[in-house]
Every structure is written in structure tokens, then in C-alpha cells.
Write a protein that binds this ligand. Structure first.
Ligand code: 5GP
Ligand code: ZN
Length: 113
């Protein structure tokens, strides 16, 4: 828990969010400023800055869990076309707490970024 971190505050229920999934390690909620009709953020509860900060074993554990959650989302949201985006590093991350963007909907763009 990092008290200056907006995602830690959401995980700690100090600030509200539209939470759609939770388990012991992860929280999934709507992005406050969606880039497409469906824009979820998949966030580990542990305050990890980004993928560069963790070792191979923790990376593998998180990726395994992400795959499970992506499968849950694609089924529960009934989407066939979706995009996963990771902004990794100070230059690219607005929020310095590891997260995956899950984007879908008719308006999701087909560009690389
Ligand atoms: P990044 O550029 O770090 O990958 O993206 C961070 C994302 O977090 C952005 O899409 C932004 O809209 C979202 N975000 C920032 N602050 C909040 C917040 O307080 N609540 C929610 N639900 N999303 C947020
Ligand atoms: Zn955090």
C-alpha cells in the first residue's frame, strides 16, 4: 500500500471505482477516462511500480493470473475482439502502479497503440 498511489487508494476503498472483479491478488475496475466503450484496468493489489521492478518468478505468477482474468473478462463481457495494453516505465505510465488495460467495443481503435 502506497498512500500516494491512486490505484492503492482504490484497492483500499479510500476512493470509489466501478469494480467488476476481485480476488486475493487482483482488482479489475472501469477506467475513469475510457478510450473505448469497454475499458477495464486489471491491477495487482500489491503496489508494484511496473514489470521492470519485479523478478522472473513474480512476472510469471502475474502473467499466469492475468491470463485467467482476461479469460474471465472476455467471457463475462461477451467480447471476441479486444486489446490488452501495458504502458511500462516512467515515460509511458501515468499511474506508477502496474496495470493492464483491457479495451474492447465497436469503437476500439485498430492501431498499434
Ligand atoms: P497509464 O497511462 O498509466 O497506463 O494509464 C493509467 C490509466 O488510469 C488512465 O487510462 C487513466 O484514465 C486511469 N486512471 C487514472 N486515475 C484514475 C482513477 O482515479 N480512477 C480510475 N478508475 N482510473 C483512473
Ligand atoms: Zn499503488
Amino acid at each position: 500500500m502506497n498512500s500516494n498511489c491512486v490505484f492503492c487508494s482504490i484497492i483500499n476503498r479510500d476512493i470509489p471505482a466501478q469494480i467488476i472483479y476481485e480476488d486475493e491478488d487482483f482488482l479489475v475496475f472501469d477506467d475513469i477516462n475510457p478510450s473505448s466503450k469497454i475499458h477495464k484496468l486489471i491491477v495487482p493489489k500489491k503496489h508494484i511500480k511496473n514489470l521492470s521492478e519485479i523478478g522472473i518468478e513474480e512476472n510469471k505468477y502475474l502473467w499466469n493470473k492475468y491470463i485467467d482474468i482476461i479469460n474471465i473478462l472476455k467471457t463475462s463481457l461477451k467480447v471476441l475482439n479486444f486489446k490488452i495494453v501495458i504502458n511500462n516505465g516512467d515515460k509511458l505510465q501515468l499511474v506508477k502502479h502496474l496495470h493492464f488495460h483491457f479495451l474492447s467495443g465497436d469503437d476500439v481503435n485498430d492501431k498499434l497503440n
